[in-house]
Ligand binder design. Structure first.
Ligand code: HEC
Length: 245
């Protein structure tokens, strides 16, 4: 009995240590009701991501419809690779080339938000840091040895790691990264960059489940309808049972 309890405790401690080793997740809740934010996110996405990543399950005209973007604005601001609005958000780069350049092909981002979650993505874009040992010159706190360069460096600037001593549960002390600090600033300050990342993550979450927007919009009307129906059905029931009693 004691032994089983001790084994369970060890397992829990190990899991906790693992979770820590992956870097702390910053909590972020996506906000799909903010159309302005989704529009800014879409702009960031086509400007900074679509050169490497596709979103092959999203069509430009669907994007336009969901976010209420007029067709001419859609064409001039968000579409660079094609002028046919019925096309999906594909990428010009060949997968073989990408693999040769980065070692791994950039994955399609259509459903990344569902696989990773909003908090993971938020943390990912905030925790790129300089690491001269890597071919791209950067590393990431929650995606160790990532092959993706820090594509938003222009906005954020460059961060460097702060090292400190970390004590493991068994008492051993190791030198580890305990935080990041800004080495050289980018175009945005900290709050501005966090907002940009939030916009981008909101957009990625929308991309993962575009119907969510519509669902929220019609959900309220469905509830109103059901409430109306309840009243009618109740009156009908009273009418039917009137003569029975
Ligand atoms: C220069 C090419 C390039 C650009 C531009 C780029 N990425 Fe990447 N991205 C990659 C590569 C390569 C990987 C694979 C990394 C790995 O597996 O180590 C990756 C991985 C990712 C992942 C992790 C996917 C997963 O679940 O494993 C996410 C999320 C991501 N990119 C989002 C973005 C977003 C959002 C942008 C735009 C702000 C962007 N990327 C711009 C090349 C790029």
């Amino acid at each position: 009995m004691m032994r089983a309890a001790a084994a369970l405790l060890m397992l829990l401690l190990q899991t906790a240590a693992l979770a820590k080793g992956n870097g702390h997740l910053m909590h972020y809740e996506a906000d799909l009701s903010n159309r302005e934010s989704l529009l800014r996110g879409a702009q960031l996405f086509v400007n900074y991501c679509l050169s490497c990543h596709s979103a092959a399950y999203m069509r430009y005209n669907r994007l336009g419809r969901d976010l209420e973007i007029p067709e001419d604005v859609l064409k001039s601001n968000l579409m660079f690779g094609t002028d046919k609005t019925g096309e999906t958000m594909t990428v010009a780069m060949k997968p073989q080339d990408a693999e040769q350049w980065f070692g791994v092909g950039p994955p399609d981002l259509s459903v990344t938000a569902r696989a990773r979650g909003a908090s993971w993505l938020y943390t990912y874009f905030l925790t790129f840091y300089r690491d001269p040992a890597r071919p791209t010159g950067v590393n990431n706190l929650i995606f160790k040895d990532v092959a993706m360069p820090h594509v938003l460096w222009e906005l954020q600037g460059w961060q460097r790691p702060v090292f400190g001593e970390q004590k493991a549960p068994d008492g051993t002390v190791t030198r580890a990264i305990t935080g990041l600090e800004l080495e050289s600033p980018g175009l945005l300050n900290d709050a501005g960059y966090r907002r940009a990342v939030a916009d981008l993550v909101n957009f990625l979450v929308y991309l993962g489940e575009p119907i969510k927007l519509t669902r929220h919009r019609i959900g309220a009307w469905v509830l109103v309808y059901l409430l109306g129906l309840l009243i009618i059905v109740y009156l009908l029931k009273r009418e039917f049972w009137k003569d029975v009693h």
